[in-house]
Ligand binder design. Sequence first.
Ligand code: NAD
Length: 466
Amino acid sequence: MEQQPADGTRFDVVDPATEQPIGAVLDMGPGQATACLDAAVAAQPCWAATTPTQRADVLTRAYQLMIERTDELALLMTLEMGKPLPEAAGEVRYAAEFFRWFAGEALRIDGGLMTSPDGRSRLLVTHQPVGPSLLVTPWNFPLAMGTRKIGPALAAGCTCVVKPAEQTPLSMLALLGILHEAGVPDGVVTVVTTTDPAAAMAPLLADPRARKLSFTGSTAVGRVLLAQCAQTVKRTSMELGGNAPFIVFDDADVDEAVDGALAAKMRNIGQACTAANRIYVQRAIAESFTAALVDRMGALKVGRGTEPGVHVGPLIDGDAVAKVSALVADARARGATVRLGGQRLDMPGYFYPPTVLTDVPDDAEMACTEIFGPVAAVSAFDTEDEVVARANDTEYGLVAYLYTNDTRRGWRVAEALDTGMVGLNQGVVSTPSGPFGGVKQSGLGREGGFLGIAEFLETKYIGAAR
Ligand code: NAD
């Protein structure tokens, strides 16, 4: 890759549709990663001193370059992580929008002024960049999870070291090239590519010069990183795993609910933190909903994401296929019925077919953990109270979906669901203008919306005698 020097140990990036390498990147160790932090620390004062307009202009140019290069970025993404090309192009546009959004936010960093109650001093409240930030991202949205952090970090005046997932470094390196072309100075954004993230990142997480960690990934890894950050009391933002309930009441429009379930389940081949993990349908419409879902999921074409008409690409790797297969086997053993799919496909690549299971019991493993695959786990419910209790019975709290045509019920249930986000009669909640994030063990902090930039700002209050 042009963004990396030619020398040094490299590792292969594999196309999950063919199991063949498509490129190689540097396998960086702790020393090289520390050099990235050194660069971020050195660049911090100059970047913090840029004007809001300069930072907004750079982000706007990066947005424009991403949009101009949508097709090539989408192809790279499809080759390294498998999602179908139209979906990859959708992610490029979604990812670019974070730069456009935070270009605007860079101009709106505000403060406050008041007189103390005793009249003796003025209280001036300002915001300053947190400082050099570590940004660690997962493989499932290789660009968007990066821009959702890089956008607010740069807008706030923070330099950053980005560590993409080992499965998808190519998209992030392509983005780094775009950022440089857009005018981001050397050292302001650097990228650590490595097969050993724990070893490479340990010195950075222990380094007091790194003032912030923004992490998106699994809850298990998030817990470990939070503990590491405690040693130097870093600011943290944690976007962790989910176990989204998708609730359909019997007064809902069944066709709309099936559309929403398809979007919430099949986006990214089911590999999204926001994926509908437990689908609860009120008993009177459970069969009509399930039959329609089976029809729609059965019609989806499985194949390499570069082929026209493909809806369902491969999972990210062999471990993912093994995990999904084991979850399906467990649910069947506990009494679930397979209505569609349910068997790994006999073809090269990490493919798993669209699968619908009914009567999935609450103690099935797939009801308690992220499925991260194209498997819809449906079960029936009777009452509102029952389904809210079942929906909330999890350590996760990222997002919930509910379908109803009763407005009062919609508000009531949305407020009772213990999640950071709710999709009310819609199967997608992700948008740069919304504060994305979870409660409970799904995370800390919010990305996007008006709150996103605050994650990269410190509040300073100056008390001045009158
Ligand atoms: P993961 O937790 O395995 O890895 C995430 C990132 O952390 C990767 O870059 C990985 O290399 C790095 N990492 C792992 N161990 C590390 C360590 N000890 N030190 C430093 N870095 C380390 O997650 P994944 O498999 O890449 O992604 C899937 C997970 O991400 C799912 O749980 C999904 O729900 C979650 N996710 C959450 C959101 C959200 O916004 N809440 C969005 C997308 C994905």
